[in-house]
Every structure is written in structure tokens, then in C-alpha cells.
Design a protein around this ligand. Structure first.
Ligand code: GUN
Length: 302
């Protein structure tokens, strides 16, 4: 079998179009512009790339984008004071503090200082609790993007066996809640799971979110299963003619062997990655609609 490639780039473009159309409607009918504030502490190069991309796409869909760049040695009290100001700012509907934070800052304390209604990452304990109990919440962007692609590919997910590899708060745990909400039978596997290939072989849906390059192999996959690859790993790809190092972006899934067995697979790059930022924009729009008691657009959240 040769797997269908799930085109996350095209899917993300369709989500952004939907967001853009609704933003235009909000402006025209209500005079409201959704606003997203992104806070970056320090100079982590990968985080800088993400933040730039988020800002650019926010503006492209017609929203207001605010970026706050703070020094790596920013005091926790100063960061908390900035979040307090953003919480009180009516022109800001979404707040995202880029992670990871420098070691001297308490991530839990910082994230839980964000007003839950503006927590477009869905990381605040209130949102985690709301999602876990099936109530309306802000949903973490990466799992939301994965769910949108799975729903689009399968229609109903009811009764399917889902195995998530990885138990992070950002992806694994919320992904499990979302798939449970869609009536999957969910297993969360992780680094201590016994007989991991056997566990994965049971799955109709595999979500790989472990952060280990090309770990999931074709002979772990049930023929016809759908495989969602959340990994983004930069690996060595030899040397260039000028002697400098070449790198290549790969997922947690060994694409060549898995795509020969799976029914469908998301590629890296061009799969889950573009959906994450598209869902951040969708969450900002959702937060803006809720803040103004305006009906939310269909299909942009769970
Ligand atoms: N760093 C890596 N992924 C994320 C994310 O989804 N949100 C935030 N805030 N930081 C991240």
C-alpha cells in the first residue's frame, strides 16, 4: 500500500482563509479587530523563527499582532506585570508566551498568570481542566490541528483505536483528551512503555509526538492505519561542497517505511507544522468572538 499524503500545508491555508473571511466580517459588522500578543523571552533561535512566522501570519489574516521581546535575564515579576497589562488590554484577545522560558522563570506560574479566556495556547490549568471534562475551552494548537486533519480524513473517529506516542502537556495529553472526546479508544505510550511496536501495531490512528527522529518504523504500523507525525527534528545530512554541515528536517516517523504500510500519513515538513500556527489564528479569532459574545465560526474549534 502507498499511503495518502495528508497535505497539512494546503489544509492550513484553508483554515487561514476561513479565519481571514471571519476577521473581515468582524471588522465590517462589529468594528472589532482580533489582537494577538506574543511574548518572547531571550534569544533562542528556533523560538525567534516561530515568533516571526506567527506575527507575519497574524497580520496576513487581518488581525492585530503585538510582539514583546524581553531580555533573557528578565525578572519573573516584570514578565508577570507584562501579562497583567495584556490581560487588562481590551484590544488583545489572545496572549502567547513562547516556550521554553529561560531556566530562572517558573513556566507554570507564568502560564497560569494568563487570563484563561485569552490563553490561546490552551495551557492554563483552567483550560486543561475544561478540556479534560469535555467543557468549552481554549484547545492547544498542535493537537487541535491534528484533530482537524484526522476528522477531515476519516469523517467520524468513533470507536477507532488511537495510540499516542508521547505524554507531554503540550501535545500528548491534550491529544488524548481530544480523541477521547471523539470516542476513540485511546492509549498514551511513552518512553517506558513495554513492547512499544506491539502497542502501536494495534492502532487505527497513530500520533507520534516523542521528539526522536524517524523512530516509528513501517513494521510498527497496522496496514491502512493513519499516522500523524508531530515531530520536528533536524538531523545531519552530510557535508556541502564547501565543507559546511548540511541538515535535513525529519519527523518522529520513518516516512519511507511507514508510507509503504499506512493508509494515510502526514509529511514533515508540510504536515502538522503549518496547522499549528493556523490553529493559533483560529484560537485568537475564537477568543475574540467569545469576548464579544459573537457567534463563533463553525469548524475552527472543537
Ligand atoms: N514552543 C513550542 N511549541 C509551542 C507552543 O505551541 N506554544 C508556545 N507558547 N510555545 C511553544
Amino acid at each position: 500500500m502507498t499511503a495518502t499524503i495528508i497535505d497539512g500545508k494546503a489544509f492550513a491555508a484553508s483554515v487561514r482563509e476561513k479565519v481571514q473571511a471571519h476577521v473581515a466580517h468582524l471588522k465590517a459588522s462589529h468594528g472589532i479587530v482580533p489582537g494577538l500578543a506574543v511574548v518572547l523571552v531571550g534569544e533562542d533561535p528556533a523560538s525567534q523563527v516561530y515568533v516571526r512566522s506567527k506575527g507575519k501570519q497574524t497580520v496576513e489574516v487581518g488581525m492585530k499582532s503585538v510582539e514583546h521581546k524581553l531580555d533573557a535575564d528578565t525578572a519573573e515579576a516584570d514578565l508577570l506585570a507584562m501579562i497583567k497589562d495584556l490581560n487588562a488590554d481590551d484590544s488583545i484577545h489572545g496572549i502567547l508566551v513562547q516556550l521554553p522560558l529561560p531556566g530562572h522563570l517558573n513556566e507554570d506560574l507564568v502560564i497560569n498568570a494568563i487570563e484563561p479566556a485569552k490563553d490561546v495556547d490552551g495551557f492554563h490549568i483552567s483550560n486543561v481542566g475544561l478540556l479534560g471534562t469535555g467543557q468549552k475551552s481554549m484547545v492547544p494548537c498542535t493537537p487541535l490541528g491534528c484533530l482537524m486533519m484526522l476528522r477531515a480524513h476519516h469523517g467520524s473517529l468513533s470507536g477507532l483505536d488511537a495510540v499516542i506516542i508521547g505524554r507531554s502537556n503540550i501535545v500528548g495529553k491534550p491529544m488524548a483528551q481530544l480523541l477521547l472526546g471523539d470516542s476513540c479508544t485511546v492509549t498514551i505510550a511513552h518512553s517506558r512503555t513495554k513492547d512499544l511496536p506491539d502497542v502501536v501495531r494495534r492502532a487505527d490512528i497513530v500520533v507520534a509526538a516523542v521528539g526522536r527522529a524517524e523512530m516509528v518504523l513501517g513494521d510498527w504500523i497496522k496496514p491502512g492505519a493513519t499516522v500523524v507525525d508531530v515531530g520536528i527534528n533536524r538531523i545531519d545530512a552530510g557535508t556541502k561542497e564547501d565543507g559546511s554541515q548540511k541538515t535535513r528536517l525529519v519527523g518522529d516517523v520513518d516516512f519511507a517505511s511507514v508510507s509503504a504500510v499506512a493508509g494515510a500519513v502526514t509529511p514533515v515538513p508540510g504536515g502538522v507544522g503549518p496547522m499549528t500556527i493556523a490553529c493559533l489564528l483560529a484560537n485568537t479569532l475564537t477568543a475574540c468572538c467569545r469576548a464579544n459574545s459573537i457567534a463563533e465560526p463553525e469548524g475552527l474549534t472543537v
